[in-house]
Structures are given as C-alpha cells and as structure tokens.
Design a protein around this ligand. Sequence first.
Ligand SMILES: [Ca+2]
Ligand SMILES: [Ca+2]
Length: 152
Amino acid sequence: MRRITPWLAIGATLLAGGCETVLPATAGSYAECDRVIAAYGKQRPGFVDVEEWGQRSWDSFRGAYDANGDGKVDRAELIGKFQPPLNAPGRAMYDREQARNFRRLDRANKGFIDRADVIRDATPGFRWQDRNHDGWLSREECALRRRTYELI
Ligand SMILES: [Ca+2]
Ligand SMILES: [Ca+2]
C-alpha cells in the first residue's frame, strides 16, 4: 500500500475505497450519503444494494468522463479529462496511473469502459463498506471512509 497524492485522487475521481476499485466507493459524508440513498435506494427505503451502488458509480463516472455522451468512456476521454498543471515527471506519473486505471476497468480490452465494467469495479468497495454483510449499505456504512487509499 502506498499513499497517493491529491491530484491522483482527482485524476481518477476514481481511486478511492477498496484496493480493487478505482471509483468513488465512499460517499464520505452523511449529507452525500443521504442524497445517494434517496436517489438510488429504490428497493428498500434508507438503503442501497450492490446494483444500486454500482449504478451510482456508473452515473458518476459517466458524468465525469463520457465527454461525447455515447455511454462509453474511451482512453482519450479518461486520460484527457483531468490534466492538472503538472511538471513533466508528475504528468508522466499521472498518465501512467490513468492508463493503469483504463486497463483495469477495460478488462476485456474492448477499447472503452462501459456500465458493466464500472459496476463490476464498484463491487469490492461495496463489500468493504457493507460491514454487517447483509447486502445493503445503510447511511452509516455509506459514510465510512478509508484513511488512506490503496493501489495495487
Ligand atoms: Ca464516450
Ligand atoms: Ca450493511
């Protein structure tokens, strides 16, 4: 495990939650969790299940990166979206991380990331947050946040 710098976290919107996921696995605050649960928790009031959580991740990811709105995120959309002012070594590191994120999400090497990729990737984060293992995230579980981010 190593700590990541803030601009990497931004670059990914991505790199949060579990060591498998590159999507925001934590909403982080009760206010945000309440919004997420109200928007996505359609089956059981006050809770979201793994599919609802994954849909939220997809909506967030698509909103951040699908520049042309075709329902897919290609390599250029992922890597080109956030380009903070970095020096050359920082930029190279950022690009490597984003390229790695792309490869991990596009597991079938399709050349783009789609809803299924993102939902699959969000699942480990959901499992980590579902502390009582009942298949639902409460607002308290939703608000859990790791102190450090892990990358593999
Ligand atoms: Ca697109
Ligand atoms: Ca739970």
